[in-house]
Design a protein. Structure first.
Length: 422
């Protein structure tokens, strides 16, 4: 199959959840023998060289784009704006998504499409690139009409809605988030109604697209996980860890919630406990948590596997977000004991107390941590069960196989509609 894959960033190195999903999907498509031409927005925030991706695709083109948020632009974000006229789509779009809509990038992806056509499908990773797929389909000539599939990593409006209710945020920020949620909902439903298929990461997200966008061609396609080789390792039996992108707002919110509401309860019962926080681009609100005594903030680290496995328990204290938490799957694959919230694991079919612990209230979260710190054999048993679960349910080969089956169904439906319209 010949695919034009549009990415919101260059997914290398594949360290955070979004990059992991995009990179390994590309790798598996290439290994399966599909022809994949990649067009990527090379954002200033995640700017990378293209060379590491050239051996996992047929070709790659990128355009540098600046998506930096400024106070003035945030003020403009109070009002929805239209996509640039060059996209040929008259739809209002919130500022935080409009940042990814660039005239130069559109010209370049059109050139890529024209030079590579015909394609079997245009696959848009995340809502941030959907405007390019719809613009390309709008300018398709009748000879090379191409279906567009949205790969939805999250339901973006739901993230903004949850953040608008976060008690640790100021009154005006909550109002801003609430407005942003409504703006995003309108745009997200428009996109879902106008693409030819939606591949969602989780059942919860797929339900949104079926119910709110009346999108019949929607499928849940979970990502895969590579099982790492495990060696014996010294474990700090007093250490808890959190690993994730420290500039992603749901992660930051969850860390702040844990430090403010849960960790003091743990320290009261077990003063020797330490919390280790690592991930790329930590915000100021995260770095200021570092006290060098009980809380340590590292920023980006070289070896995530070693970091996780050297600590007694891995934590994912999410209270907002959507999609699937790759970091939970990675921790389970590494045979780590994991404690998370209902929101953190809502897309993963695990059982509380078997593969991991699922707790939402501060006292219960603290008790779960203390139990695994006190009983390392229970933590070891849980970690082994988690690894077995991932091995049985999350294969990259199977995941990409399901994606291609779904794309085939989208193609068949698209062809029937095109034939009926002639």
């Amino acid at each position: 199959m010949k695919i034009l894959l549009i990415l919101p960033r260059v997914p290398y190195p594949a360290k955070d959840g979004g990059a992991i999903v995009m990179y390994h999907t590309l790798r598996e498509l290439h290994n399966a023998g599909h022809h994949v031409d990649v067009f990527a927005l090379n954002t200033r925030k995640h700017h990378q060289e293209l060379a590491p991706l050239r051996n996992v695709c047929s070709s790659i083109t990128a355009v540098d784009i600046d998506t930096t948020v400024t106070p003035l632009k945030l003020m403009k974000g109070l009002f929805t704006r239209y996509l640039p006229k060059s996209f040929g789509i008259k739809v209002r779009i919130p500022y935080w998504l409009l940042r990814f809509s660039d005239d130069t990038a559109l010209q370049k992806v059109r050139k890529t499409f024209e030079e590579g056509a015909p394609y079997d499908v245009i696959l848009c990773e995340t809502l941030f690139t959907a405007c390019y797929g719809l613009a390309l389909r709008g300018q398709n000539n009748t000879e090379h009409r191409t279906p567009v599939v949205l790969r939805a990593h999250n339901v973006e409006n739901q993230i903004q809605e949850l953040l608008s209710h976060a008690p640790n945020r100021g009154f005006f920020e909550r109002l801003y988030r609430a407005r942003l949620a409504k703006q995003t909902y309108a745009y997200e439903t428009f996109v879902a109604q106008h693409v030819d298929g939606v591949a969602a990461i989780s059942d919860v997200d797929a339900t949104f697209f079926r119910d709110h966008a009346a999108k019949k061609l929607t499928e849940t396609i979970s990502p895969g996980i590579d099982l790492p080789d495990l060696n014996e390792m010294n474990v700090d039996c007093n250490a808890l860890c959190i690993l994730g992108s420290l500039d992603w707002e749901p992660n930051v919110e969850g860390i702040q919630w844990f430090v403010a509401n849960v960790f003091p309860l743990i320290l009261q019962a077990r003063p020797q406990t330490t919390l280790h926080i690592a991930g790329r681009k930590p915000t100021g609100s995260v770095t200021q948590l570092h006290d060098g005594h009980s809380i340590f903030v590292y920023g980006e680290i070289e070896d995530a596997l070693e970091f996780r496995r050297s600590k007694a328990v891995s934590l994912v204290p999410l209270i907002s977000g959507s999609g699937i938490r790759i970091k939970i799957l990675e921790s389970l694959a590494a045979s780590c004991a994991v404690i998370t919230t209902s929101k953190g694991c809502e897309a993963i079919d695990v059982t509380h107390g078997r593969e991991l612990s699922i707790v939402d209230e501060p006292e219960a979260f603290a008790s779960a941590c203390l139990k695994l710190l006190h009983y390392p054999l229970e933590a070891s048993r849980m970690g082994a069960a988690g690894r077995t679960f991932v091995a049985a349910h999350y294969s990259w080969t199977a995941s990409v196989g399901l994606l291609m089956e779904f794309i085939e169904r989208v193609k068949e439906s698209f062809t029937r509609r095109e034939t009926a319209d002639e």
